[in-house]
Design a protein around this ligand. Structure first.
Ligand code: ADP
Length: 861
């Protein structure tokens, strides 16, 4: 019973609208192919709806140059088995602002065997589907009629005025019926009181040929059509519940006069040999107009090459009372076959069918067995009803459904009770509480999902131009966090430890500190990158990166003289170089404060030679970002060498390296000593005063104030990403994460996405939201690093996994969250009013950089 219920619900077109796995990943990369691709990073496998996971450039984009008329380009999905497809979704490429390509119109082709392709058209014959109007929103289209196929091709229709990129999803369910084609004589035309009534199979997708017999008729072969489209006819065949269709549209019908044999022969071909229990035929029975269900059905079976000689015959009881259309069940006696040929004998002038379905093996039905709108079987009078078997089987299935629902509800009650006990135990262990959170969020996602489904269901009878743009963003809002949260427990296992030798904190901890603190070790790895489609960036932020940079000039490479290696970053090495003639090159713009040396010392960041295309693009994007930033507390990009490889960016040289290393080599000068001398630099270069530390924080706040005036979200503010010049000048550097935000990606180390979780706000970790307020959170951590002189990693007592758990506590806000402790030198006021305010749960209640800057200045006074 459970099985029957499951199968039944799976094929109901009302709910047969499940995403088939482009978004969820159930469809494998190798099953997504394309006629061409613009580049490796826009290959077919990136054409997954709502995916922008950073592997590629965010969508499938065909190479329209390769195919000048562009009309043959396609993105193909192999579903591996026949599916009933009711809905398609498309989206363009936005790649978090970098892309603006989408398919305004497209067509669909499909195939059941991979060799015969059919162009889909709607019930009015229109092939072209209106697609996307922007690069962001998902547009869903009902397929009316639905498609039964294994292979689907999306074919953008383009006029070459723009590049086209697509991300797609298919919605439906598996076609368990197994029927791959039926052959029938095409339906006839009736003239009813002067009205033309067409009973042809208007959506048949196979071949049609004129029969050569004496009584010529059109024979339809090798296709599926109205008899399997999941739509039943109304009692009155002159009307259709599909708006705007001609009289008789719902039915395929034959006139007794035109078929002298007295029966209509239909052949049904199946995917493999099956054990057939019954066949259900939806018939019209409007006898007042000369239409009646069949008098007799005789079915022949074929397992191998020949038809077996012993057919099964069935005579339904003639219904002279009810004119309702109904399903008639023909028992097939558990016969084994891969093809069935049935002869339906007329009992009146006309015979009209709207649906045929088979029950084989373990209760497999096609889509037509659940009423869409009209509960025809219920109209039949009991007792004298020839189709009472239909009722019986429906009742059985109904009972099956009820039992299944009761079983599921009982299971849910047990789970809820069990969870209550479990939760009490878990309160002690915050890690498990986070898992709990995960479940809750998944539930929200499921709710959002079912909301989508119910919304879709209510719209299901509308025509093909229904879009659900308002629904999808809601879904993706919930999808992203849960996807990220789901990955949280994996964090612990995948910490990258790329730079332990540079770790001051690790040394300070005498090697016992298992979490090396520096650079990449401060960044936690994910096995997979996450979709960053929900990451917020503002319009201003977008403009910052739009277009190409014209101001950044090419510097002659041969005028750079290597001095020493300064460090190594994600892209390659950073070198100290002398740049001959740089001052002249920069001309009037001599704002590299206090540096009039010639040749000028510069830092040259070079893209490593084996860098792949993505890294190369990222490198160029970072150049584009940096070239637009001009502030005394932001590291300046002076020039570039991008005409030839290796690509280089030339930035001002900050002689004291990064702030993290700089500070961890220093010790705090006692307040008393500070008062005494005021000359700490000269006396002991290894000492630094509290006021100097706050002075550094002020400079960072000032740089961030500038960024926030541009609405630019840095996403990776930390001492490791600030550089120190002469006289404690601090400048913010490393726009890698903001660059990656823009790419819709996190930068990958050895193929892994990375996140600086110890600096990230709870909403950045759990919701994927990066805003100025999350930069403020990171500033609070950076301030804490500064005041502890980077001797320890933030939350050094917590494992990465525990940091994530703590994030969950920030979210729950039940007072169980752990804050970074007050650094010993930090006055209460600075800790309570400033540092803690950066970590407020409500992002709106966190101070702005403007406020932070002035509060820090005040604290210095
Ligand atoms: P990436 O962003 O790829 O990780 P970084 O910009 O962090 O690379 O550079 C790596 C290291 O090189 C830094 O930690 C720092 O020590 C050094 N470095 C980078 N830029 C400069 C600079 N302008 N002046 C001095 N040292 C620098």
């Amino acid at each position: 019973m459970l099985l029957a219920a499951t199968v039944r619900s799976q094929v109901n077109p009302e709910i047969c609208r499940y995403p088939l796995g482009m978004t969820g990943g159930q469809i494998q990369d190798e099953d997504i192919s394309a006629s061409s691709q613009w580049s490796e990073s826009t290959a077919a496998k990136f054409g997954r709806l709502d995916f922008d996971n950073g592997d590629g450039d965010g969508a499938w984009c065909p190479d329209i140059m390769a195919e000048p008329d562009g009309l043959k380009e396609y993105l193909q999905v192999d579903l591996r088995s026949l599916h009933f497809i009711t809905l398609v979704g498309t989206q363009g490429r936005h790649a978090d602002g970098m892309g603006n390509e989408f398919a305004q119109r497209y067509r669909i082709k499909y195939s059941r065997d991979g060799s015969n392709w059919v162009g889909w058209h709607d019930r009015k014959g229109r092939q072209v589907i209106e697609g996307n109007r922007n690069a962001y929103d998902v547009v869903l289209k009902d397929l009316e009629p639905p498609i039964i196929a294994r292979f689907i091709r999306f074919m953008p229709v383009t006029d070459h005025s723009m590049f086209v990129c697509m991300r797609v999803e298919l919605y439906g369910c598996e076609w368990l019926d197994g029927l791959v084609s039926y052959s029938i004589p095409d339906g006839h035309q009736m003239i009813y009181r002067g009205l033309d009534v067409y009973f042809n199979d208007s959506v048949y997708d196979g071949a049609s040929a004129e029969s050569s017999s004496v009584h010529s008729f059109t024979k339809l072969t090798k296709g599926l059509g109205q008899l399997t489209d999941g739509t039943w006819g109304l009692d009155d065949f002159l009307h259709s519940h599909i708006y705007g269709m001609w009289p008789g549209y719902d039915y395929v019908g034959w006139s007794n006069k035109s078929i002298p044999k007295g029966y209509v022969e239909m052949t049904f071909e199946f995917d493999h040999v099956r054990n057939f229990t019954s066949m259900k035929v939806h018939c019209n029975n409007m006898f007042s107009r000369g239409v009646r269900m069949f008098r007799q059905a005789t079915c022949y079976f074929r397992s191998e090459s020949d038809w077996e000689s012993d057919p099964v015959s069935f005579r339904p009881t003639v219904d002279r009372v009810s004119q309702s259309a109904r399903f008639v069940t023909v028992p097939l006696g558990d016969r084994t076959a891969s093809a069935i040929k049935c002869r339906f004998h007329f009992s009146d002038l006309w015979m009209l069918f709207s649906e045929v379905a088979f029950q084989s093996g373990s209760a497999v039905y096609n889509t037509s067995l659940t009423p869409r709108k009209h509960g025809h079987p219920t109209n039949i009078l009991p007792g004298d009803d020839p189709t009472h078997k239909v009722d019986d089987s429906n009742t059985r299935i109904l009972i099956g459904c009820l039992v299944a629902i009761i079983a599921i509800l009982s299971a849910i009650i047990v789970i809820i009770l069990w969870r209550q006990v479990w939760q009490k135990m878990l309160e002690k262990a915050s890690r498990r509480l986070l898992d709990d959170e995960l479940t809750a969020r998944l539930a929200v996602q499921t709710q959002a999902f079912s909301f989508l489904h119910s919304s879709l269901s209510t719209e299901s009878s509308s025509t093909t131009n229904s879009t659900y743009e308002r629904i999808f963003p809601l879904c993706s809002d919930y999808q992203e966090p849960s996807r990220l949260i789901r990955k949280l427990p994996e964090f612990a296992q995948s910490t990258e430890q790329l730079g332990p030798s540079t770790s001051c904190r690790a040394l300070a901890a005498g090697g016992s500190d298992s979490a090396p603190h520096y650079a990449e070790a401060d960044i936690i790895s994910l096995q997979e990158s996450s979709d960053s489609s929900t990451y917020s960036i503002t319009a201003v932020n977008m403009n910052l990166f739009a277009g190409t940079d014209s101001s950044m000039r090419e510097f002659p490479r041969n005028k750079l003289t290597f001095k020493e290696k300064l460090g190594e970053g994600q892209f390659g090495e950073v070198h100290l170089c002398e740049a001959e003639g740089m001052q002249d090159f920069l001309e009037e713009d001599l704002s590299i404060e206090g540096n009039n040396e010639s040749p000028l010392l510069v830092a040259v960041k070079t893209l490593r030679e084996d860098a792949n295309k993505n890294a190369r693009n990222d490198f160029l994007k970072e150049i584009r970002i940096m070239s637009r930033l001009r502030d005394p507390n932001i590291v300046r990009l002076l020039a570039v060498c991008v005409d030839t490889d290796p690509l280089c960016m030339i930035t001002e040289y900050m002689e004291n390296g990064d702030l993290n290393q700089f500070l961890c080599n220093l010790r705090l000068k006692e307040a008393a000593d500070e008062d005494k001398t005021g000359q700490e630099d000269k006396q002991d270069k290894s000492m630094v005063s509290y006021s100097k530390l706050i002075g550094m924080a002020v400079q960072i706040a000032s740089g961030m104030k500038y960024l926030s005036s541009l609405n630019f979200v840095h996403r990776d503010l930390a001492t490791r990403n600030c550089l120190v010049g002469k006289n404690y000048t601090i400048k913010i550097a490393d726009f890698g994460m903001s660059r990656n935000l823009y790419r819709g990606d996190y930068y990958r180390i050895q193929g892994r996405a990375v996140l600086p979780i110890r600096w990230m706000s709870w909403e950045s970790i759990l919701l994927g939201k990066f805003t100025m307020a999350s930069d403020v959170w990171a500033f609070g951590v950076t301030l804490w690093e500064i005041l502890t002189l980077c001797k320890k990693q933030p939350y050094s007592q917590l494992s990465d996994e525990q940091v994530i758990e703590n994030t969950g506590e920030f979210f729950r806000d039940q007072g169980k969250q752990v804050y970074l402790p007050k650094p010993p030198c930090c006055p209460d006021r600075v800790y309570n009013d400033l540092m803690l305010s950066c970590w407020r749960r409500n992002a709106k209640q966190r101070p702005s950089f403007q406020e932070i800057h002035s509060r820090l200045m005040e604290s210095l006074a």
